[in-house]
Design a protein around this ligand. Structure first.
Ligand SMILES: *[C@@H]1O[C@H](CO)[C@@H](O)[C@H](O)[C@H]1NC(C)=O
Ligand SMILES: *[C@@H]1O[C@H](CO)[C@@H](O)[C@H](O)[C@H]1NC(C)=O
Ligand SMILES: *[C@@H]1O[C@H](CO)[C@@H](O)[C@H](O)[C@H]1NC(C)=O
Ligand SMILES: *[C@@H]1O[C@H](CO)[C@@H](O)[C@H](O)[C@H]1NC(C)=O
Length: 185
C-alpha cells in the first residue's frame, strides 16, 4: 500500500493499494509505489518471478546466456569452454556467470565445447600401468606397460641365449655328422 493522507490529531492515516505493475515492500510514508522492473527481451532477459504488490519482478538471463556483469542489466551468449576449461552445469543453471571453469588439478578438457565438463585424469595404477606422460589441464595422463622396462632387459638376454644355443647346435651338427657317417659306413 501507499499513503494517501498521514494521520493527525483528529484523523487516522489513509492508505490505498498499489496500482497494478507497482509494489511497496515495507512500512512507509511514501505516497507512491515503485514500478516493477521490466525484463528487456532484447537485453536477453526473461521473467524469473513475476512481481506483485509487495515484491519486485525478478529477471534472469535466457537459457544459454549469462549476466554481462554483476548488475545483470544485460546478458551475453555462453561461449564454448576452451581447452583447459570445463562446462559446469550448475553455473549454466544459475545463468549469472560463464558456465566455464578452469579444470582443477587432476582433471582435463582437451576440447572446445559447450557441454563437456573437465574429466579426471586416467589412473594408470588402476589399469596396472605406469605413467609415461603427466596430465595437464588440457590433456590426459598417458600410461604405458610397466613390464616394458623388464622386457627391454629380457629381450637382449633371450636373444643372446638363443644365439648361443643355435651356435652350439650348428657346431655339434657340423662336428658330429662326419663321425656318424663314418661309423655308419
Ligand atoms: C487531519 O487530516 C484530515 C484528513 O487529511 C483533514 O481533513 C483534517 O483537516 C486534518 N486536521 C488537522 C487538525 O490537521
Ligand atoms: C508476492 O511475491 C513474493 C515473491 O515472489 C511471494 O513470496 C509472495 O507470497 C507474493 N505475495 C502475494 C500476495 O502473492
Ligand atoms: C593450464 O595449464 C597451463 C600450464 O600449466 C597454464 O599456463 C594455463 O593457465 C592453465 N589453464 C587453465 C585454464 O587453468
Ligand atoms: C581427448 O582425450 C581423450 C581421452 O584421453 C581421447 O580419447 C581423445 O582422442 C582426445 N581428443 C582430442 C581431440 O585430443
Amino acid at each position: 500500500e501507499k499513503l494517501v493522507s498521514e494521520c493527525n490529531g483528529t484523523a487516522e492515516s489513509v492508505c490505498t493499494h498499489c496500482e497494478s505493475g507497482h509494489y511497496q515492500q515495507s512500512w512507509t510514508k511514501e505516497r507512491h509505489c515503485a514500478p516493477h522492473d521490466i525484463c528487456e527481451d532484447n537485453a536477453g532477459l526473461t521473467v524469473k518471478t513475476q512481481g506483485n504488490a509487495t515484491h519486485n519482478t525478478v529477471c534472469q538471463c535466457r537459457a544459454g546466456m549469462h549476466c554481462s556483469d554483476t548488475s545483470c542489466q544485460t546478458c551475453v551468449e555462453n561461449q564454448p569452454c576452451q581447452r583447459g576449461f570445463g562446462f559446469v552445469a550448475a553455473k549454466a543453471m544459475a545463468r549469472m556467470s560463464s558456465p566455464c571453469e578452469p579444470c582443477a588439478e587432476g582433471t582435463f578438457s582437451n576440447v572446445s565445447s559447450k557441454t563437456e565438463p573437465c574429466h579426471p585424469w586416467t589412473s594408470c595404477e588402476e589399469k596396472g600401468l605406469v605413467v609415461k606422460a603427466k596430465g595437464t589441464n588440457a590433456s590426459d595422463v598417458i600410461c604405458e606397460s610397466g613390464r616394458r622396462s623388464s622386457l627391454s632387459v629380457l629381450i637382449p638376454i633371450t636373444a643372446a641365449v638363443v644365439t648361443c644355443l643355435v651356435g652350439v647346435c650348428i657346431y655339434c651338427l657340423v662336428h658330429t655328422d662326419p663321425k656318424r657317417r663314418v661309423q655308419m659306413q
